[in-house]
Design a protein around this ligand. Structure first.
Ligand code: SAJ
Length: 409
């Protein structure tokens, strides 16, 4: 099989390499020449658990290119962000990918959309572009990616997959292809249902986190430790509350629920959960202001820029919202994340990051932050806000820090 994968990002590249490793000839196509050149030189554009080894194994069956050629299969794995300033899906990359496939596709070839899209996008946008006013027959399916950054390769192999075909034959062909590397179950359905299922999954998680965040705000008001309360509540066999925190980041959970909201006037809890999670950075800044209210011209240090622990991905990270809101309140902000590259102002060392600071604000739950020895820090004022409740607070207290933990009243 000759397979072209359009988009060599966090999903497209691992998918390409898994398909190449399974014996297919894979051409990864990307409009970004830097990524194409890097890959053809044998280098990876980002890190992900296990990807270096997989790249070595799959290299002989994989090439990167900036031009799409006729292939047996086309997989679209391009980003679907929000339109600037609007709570609507920006489908330009999907539209462009579909147009370029339409210019090379031949009878009986298969097109698969992996990108997350609002329900109806396959039927109303992608398939009509592929038909391109012609009566040509091709196969088409939506197979939404469901892997979590940090464990992408493992989840791509072992998670169950959903395949929404425009007809049974399309679903069957797509299932055959994915069976070459997927060890989980593969379920087939319609394209619109597959699109909906993917959004439901991320929305379920967003709402659960919003509930945890609302519980944390209530707990702060009532003088309760929400972390202890959630732990006890979760002992119930049918309760599984997620963790509160500084807000929801990443390219999925913070965005996908809005793809549901844009398509239906019936979504209420979906939109409210987004609002609650989006309000958390402001709440963190409120905690900061309370902590440093007696300090003139204060400076704070945000620990962690990645949207979640142990990844280098900063997309939609609450850290940047906290920074912007705090700066708007006249607070100087330093930032530090040793996992994240290419961010201007990211302090080189922890020592530089905390120098002349009046409050450390832990935003990302990186494992390596747990090893910080507070005794070794040269800081101006010993204040700590832990928005993830991951630090060993007794050693920070012993080192003379005033501490505030999100969710503890
Ligand atoms: N978060 C909390 N509390 C929690 C869990 C997460 O505040 O208890 C925050 C994280 O810190 C992060 C955000 O939520 O900022 C999202 O993190 P995540 O680990 O929940 O999810 P993602 O965005 O990395 O990956 C999700 C996954 N979806 C689900 O678990 C339903 C993944 O399976 C999807 O493939 C991915 O979105 C996607 O691409 O849609």
């Amino acid at each position: 099989m000759k397979i072209s994968v359009l988009g060599l990002g966090y999903i497209g590249l691992p998918t390409s390499l898994l398909l190449a490793d399974a014996g297919n000839t894979v051409i990864g196509v990307d409009i970004n020449n830097k990524i194409v050149d890097l890959l053809n030189k044998g280098q990876l554009p980002f890190d992900e658990t296990g990807i270096i080894d997989l790249f070595q194994k799959a290299k002989n069956n994989f090439t990167a290119s900036d031009t799409l050629e006729t292939s047996d299969v086309y997989i679209i794995a391009v980003p679907t962000p929000l339109e600037k300033g609007m709570k609507l899906a920006d489908l330009n990359a999907v539209r462009n990918a579909a147009r370029s496939i339409a210019s090379v596709i031949k009878e009986k070839q298969l097109v698969i959309l992996e990108s997350t899209v609002p329900p109806g996008t396959s039927e109303n946008l992608v398939v009509p572009i592929l038909r391109n006013n012609m009566k040509r027959s091709f196969y088409y399916a939506h197979c939404p990616e469901r892997a979590i950054p940090g464990k992408t390769l493992h989840e791509m192999v072992f998670n169950d997959r959903i395949i929404g075909g425009i007809d049974e034959e399309s679903a069957k062909k797509t299932k055959q292809l994915y069976s070459s590397f997927v060890k989980g179950n593969i379920y087939t359905t319609s394209t619109k249902t597959a699109e909906f299922v993917k959004l439901m999954e991320n929305t379920f998680r967003d709402i659960n986190i919003a509930l945890a965040n609302e519980f944390s705000l209530i707990a702060e008001e009532l003088g309760i430790d929400v972390w202890e309360a959630i732990e006890i509540a979760n002992k119930h066999p049918r309760v599984d509350i997620l963790k509160p925190g500084p807000g929801v980041g990443g390219h999925c959970i913070a965005i996908d629920p809005l793809f549901l909201a844009e398509k239906s006037s019936k979504s209420r809890i979906v939109t409210l959960a987004r609002e609650i999670n989006d309000s958390m950075p402001r709440h963190v800044v409120k905690m900061v202001k309370e902590m440093i209210k007696d300090i003139e011209n204060p400076t704070i240090t945000i620990l962690g820029l990645a949207y979640k622990g142990d990844v280098d991905d900063t997309r939609e990270s609450p850290a940047f919202k906290i920074k912007r809101i705090a700066e708007g309140e006249g607070i100087n902000v330093k930032i530090y994340d040793p996992l994240v590259k290419d961010i201007p102002d990211n302090s080189k060392t922890l020592k530089d990051a905390v120098c002349n600071t009046d409050c450390i604000v832990l935003v990302t739950d990186h494992e390596l932050f747990k090893d910080i020895n507070p005794m070794s820090l040269q800081i101006r004022t010993k204040n700590l806000i832990d928005t993830r409740n991951i630090l060993n607070h007794s050693i920070w207290r012993d080192a003379g820090y005033r501490i505030k933990i999100l969710g503890i009243g």
